[in-house]
Design a protein around this ligand. Structure first.
Ligand code: PMP
Length: 320
């Protein structure tokens, strides 16, 4: 996903007066200092009916659940989150955009207590400059297995998409890139089974059947993962969620990653061992996915239209 740098940000109080719109939340915010914030990454796509956000309510419900799991104090319900996110997207003027709502501590308070200050909603919208290539032209990702495992559920609620947990993803990604790979599989902390990639879920195709690590292992319940499970069943594929060992990934005919930002990405190799260049199952699912997100196929319930911006009122006559 290629993003423009001209990000549009929308704040919806409380705490908004302490936010400098040009600089965002203050450096002294606990969310900045300690990673105590929750967020979502969502995609808006140009469709024949105008811009539409993909699985908006599912993302916002996951953010509310992340906030509940952390026990942060905030004043937002689903309708207000939906209104603000749609307004930010409409105001940005983007048809193709990457939309990031997040709940942040907006006040500079030196405390890590999550109920000390109310959390404030900010929504960033990044224009997506070039659409990703269509399958089968999508380049493959070279994966390794990371020494950095997903945090244990005894250390962190595994269903929460919180800012601080991305340090472990960053460590794994950086180590993988330093070793000449693009990304890494991270293992479940306790079982040593495959959990997910650093910012994406993982799927295998073995003997024509699709499988993905079950949510019992320590992974984010990806919304793209859920969409792929549904689209694969729509295509008549046999689909299972279960425990996945690293050896099973090596044995698969096709492997691919799923996430909102990267969408569906084929895996070219794992630790230098290549997968077949032909990816018929990936190509079929990725084609169905792109047709769905861009409004050229079914599941209209997954697309929320972005209301058009109100036109600026005409300038009135000059008052004497
Ligand atoms: N796992 C992790 C760790 C992620 O950061 C993401 C991206 N949100 C995913 C999986 C994929 O989730 P989704 O499909 O909801 O973007």
């Amino acid at each position: 996903m290629n993003l423009a740098t001209s990000v549009h940000t929308h704040w919806d109080g409380p705490g908004v007066p302490s936010i400098d719109p040009g600089r965002g939340i203050p450096f002294g915010s606990s969310s900045v200092q300690h990673g105590t914030a929750v967020f979502e990454g969502i995609r808006c796509y140009a469709t024949p009916e105008g811009p539409a956000i993909f699985r908006l309510d599912d993302h916002l419900e996951r953010m509310l659940n992340s906030a509940r799991l952390l026990g942060i104090r905030h004043a937002y319900d689903l309708p207000r989150l939906r209104r603000s996110t749609l307004r930010a997207t409409a105001d940005s003027g983007c048809a193709d955009g990457y939309v990031r709502p997040g709940l942040f501590a907006a006040d500079p308070v030196v405390s890590i207590g999550l109920t000390t200050v109310p959390f404030t909603l900010g929504v960033e919208v990044w224009p997506v400059t070039t659409p990703p290539p269509e399958p089968p032209a999508i380049p493959g990702v070279r994966l390794t297995v990371s020494p950095w495992r997903r945090p244990s559920p005894q250390s962190f609620p595994r269903r929460a998409k919180a800012v601080g947990t991305y340090v472990t993803s960053a460590l794994a990604k950086t180590a993988a890139q330093a070793a000449g790979f693009d990304d890494a599989l991270q293992l479940d902390c306790d079982t040593g089974r495959v959990a997910e990639a650093t910012t994406a879920n993982v799927f295998l195709v073995t003997g024509g059947r699709l499988s993905t690590p079950w949510l019992t292992d320590n992974l984010l319940a990806g919304i793209t993962r859920d969409s792929v499970l549904t689209l694969a069943r729509d295509l008549g594929l046999e689909v299972t969620e279960g425990p996945v060992e690293v050896a099973e990934v090596h044995a698969a005919q096709e492997v691919f990653l799923t996430g909102t930002a990267g969408e569906l990405l084929p895996v070219a190799s794992l630790d230098g061992r290549p997968f077949a260049a032909e990816r018929p199952v990936f190509d079929a699912i990725a084609t169905a996915f792109r047709a769905t997100v861009t409004g050229r196929a079914g599941h209209p319930e997954w697309r929320t239209p972005v209301p058009q911006r109100e036109p600026e009122p005409p300038a009135g006559p000059a008052t004497p």
